[in-house]
Design a binder for this molecule. Structure first.
Ligand SMILES: NC(=O)c1ccc[n+]([C@@H]2O[C@H](COP(=O)([O-])OP(=O)(O)OC[C@H]3O[C@@H](n4cnc5c(N)ncnc54)[C@H](OP(=O)(O)O)[C@@H]3O)[C@@H](O)[C@H]2O)c1
Length: 291
């Protein structure tokens, strides 16, 4: 085993969620730990909501250098941090915790970073500045993705089943980011595709065991890039239909992988590579978890 370049003693990390048994993060971080021959481990940390506060406060004492945070704990975790980076503060949500040397907790949010990095890896040279983007959804993922897209200079058309949530999201985003944000009624979502250059599904529609996403792609021109945050299944109906339409598509697994890079670097001291081998391992793990 190598000595990790930046970490001192604690080399244990994990993912806090409820439920969390379906998480691919242990397979992801364990792959990198082995690849870079580093000391460390990554475990599932199933945490019921009423135990979250205690679980966070004792992370360091239990030997953790940090943790990921997933559904449904991202917002509460942000309130429990001693320090937040600018993105986590803007989103009031944390998906990455670092236990600092003095024992205090630092919260970051890397979901939007993962989204943009995945998009840039999937469509090399993509320029998001002044690009019209249609975002389906207004949940936690939409907030992180929308914020990251605004930072890149994109213009957003947000459409969500519950319009009041889209409007609330617009208000929140306008407090923390600059840029054009428009709301489109859910019933008119197919019409909103006419002038967009990027279409993003941030709803849970199309995910295994969830309802299908109903979207008419007739108005989508073939130079539009279509991406789905859903990664189980990897090729969602949206991506299949977009591909059949002649559009370039980017699946959601890379978002998961790229959002994990800053976490691995912060805990274990190495900026890890995203490889085809890693993708295959995660696809296989996803198959095992779904059976
Ligand atoms: N690739 C990655 O790394 C990554 C990271 C995070 C999340 N995700 C995926 O992103 C998806 C969303 O996660 P989230 O945490 O943002 O969930 P969330 O906060 O619960 O939001 C769910 C969204 O889906 C919409 N929705 C749910 N059921 C619907 C229905 N029957 N008809 C129309 N809209 C519906 C909701 O609309 P309403 O507001 O009307 O309820 C809301 O906009 C999940 O599939 C998750 O696995 C992927």
């Amino acid at each position: 085993m190598s000595v990790n370049p930046q970490t001192k003693s604690a080399t244990k990390a994990g993912v806090i969620g409820w439920p969390v048994a379906h998480s691919l993060s242990p397979a992801l971080h364990t792959y990198w730990l082995k690849k870079y021959d580093l000391e460390g481990s990554y475990e599932l940390l199933p945490t019921e909501p009423h135990r979250l506060g205690e679980s966070l406060q004792t992370l360091g004492a239990r030997g953790f250098c940090g943790a990921n945070v997933t559904v449904p704990h991202k917002e509460f975790a942000a309130q429990a941090m001693d320090h937040l980076d600018a993105t986590a503060a803007a989103l009031s949500a944390v998906n990455l915790i670092i236990v600092r040397q003095d024992g205090s907790l630092e919260g970051r949010n890397t979901d939007g970073f993962g989204f943009v990095e995945n998009l840039k890896a999937g469509v090399p040279g993509i320029d998001l500045k002044d690009t019209n983007v249609c975002l389906l959804g207004a949940g936690g993922t939409t907030k992180a993705v929308a914020y990251a897209l605004l930072q890149e200079g994109a213009k957003l058309w947000i459409t969500n089943r519950t319009q009041s949530k889209a409007e609330a999201l617009k208000e929140q985003l306008e407090i923390c980011a600059k840029g054009d944000i428009h709301i489109v009624p859910w019933s008119e979502r197919s019409l909103a595709l006419e002038d967009v250059k990027l279409l993003v599904n941030t709803t849970s529609l199309g995910m295994a065991a969830q309802p299908a996403l109903s979207l008419d792609l007739d108005r989508l021109s073939t130079d539009v890039v279509v991406t789905d945050c859903v990664y189980a299944p990897l090729q969602t109906e949206l991506l299949k239909n977009a591909k059949a339409n002649g559009c370039r598509t980017v699946d959601g697994l890379g978002m998961l992988i790229h959002q994990a890079r800053p976490a691995f670097r912060a805990w274990f001291g190495v900026d890890p590579q995203v490889t085809d081998e890693l993708r295959e391992i995660l696809i296989q793990r996803q198959r095992e978890l779904s059976t």
